[in-house]
Ligand binder design. Structure first.
Ligand code: CA
Length: 220
């Protein structure tokens, strides 16, 4: 799962980046509206944290521009404390949730998890695929109730496939959702991660759909 943090206060952006990275997300950052707009047009995100007061292009303008262009990525807006009209404008403008500053980072993480879960049509906190259970709250994976140790990239691949379960995910799509923008990507690494996941979770955990990509089933 990949998240874009749009925030011009450097310390706050860093804090969000650190917390989201520790929680197993690939994170990109934009410090102004122009950069955010560029990244939205060129990259693929599963959720956005969007500050409204931004240099160059403000958050509300960006949000309405993206919604008009058909971007459905869930957006959590950050508003100034007590600014009810910002909240109303933000929600009318297509935000899925909002938080007033100052906030607890833990609450941002909980809201991002909920937004991604809802976007994937998932009702419960844990995601299951057969005997595999993934808990995004603490980036934990179990197989038949036994904890499985995964590297951060293995976790990112598994998390994306489980959020998209029963759907075929191409290698390119998977690559776009597990790496931050500045990460040095190698085209064959997704295959390597999938092979390692199969060794840890069972050969049938991830199905290869020839020529199309990978799929995990709810009951696989
Ligand atoms: Ca700001």
């Amino acid at each position: 799962m990949r998240v874009l943090v749009v925030e011009d206060e450097a310390a706050l952006a860093q804090q969000l980046d650190d917390a989201l990275t520790a929680a197993g997300y690939a994170v990109d950052r934009a410090g102004d509206g122009l950069r955010a707009d560029f990244l939205m047009q060129t990259e693929s995100y599963d959720a956005l944290v969007l500050d409204l007061g931004l240099p160059k292009i403000d958050g509300l303008t960006l949000l309405s521009r993206w919604r008009q262009a058909g971007h459905t990525t869930p957006v959590l807006i950050l508003t100034a404390r007590g600014s009810w009209h910002e909240k109303v404008q933000g929600i009318d403008g297509g935000a899925d949730d909002y938080m007033a500053k100052p906030f607890q980072v833990e609450e941002v993480l909980a809201r991002i998890r909920a937004l991604i879960r809802r976007a994937g049509g998932l009702a419960s906190r844990e995601i299951r695929a057969g005997a595999i259970v993934l808990d995004p709250r603490d980036a934990r994976v179990t197989l038949g109730g036994i904890p499985v140790k995964l590297t951060s990239h293995e976790f990112k691949v598994l998390s994306y496939l489980m959020h998209q379960r029963d759907r075929v995910v191409s290698q390119m799509e998977l690559t776009e959702h597990i790496y931050a923008q500045d990460f040095d990507r190698e085209s064959n690494t997704v295959e390597v991660f999938v092979a390692r996941l199969r060794r840890k979770l069972g050969a049938s955990a991830i199905e290869t759909v020839r020529g199309l990509g990978y799929r995990m089933g709810a009951s696989s």
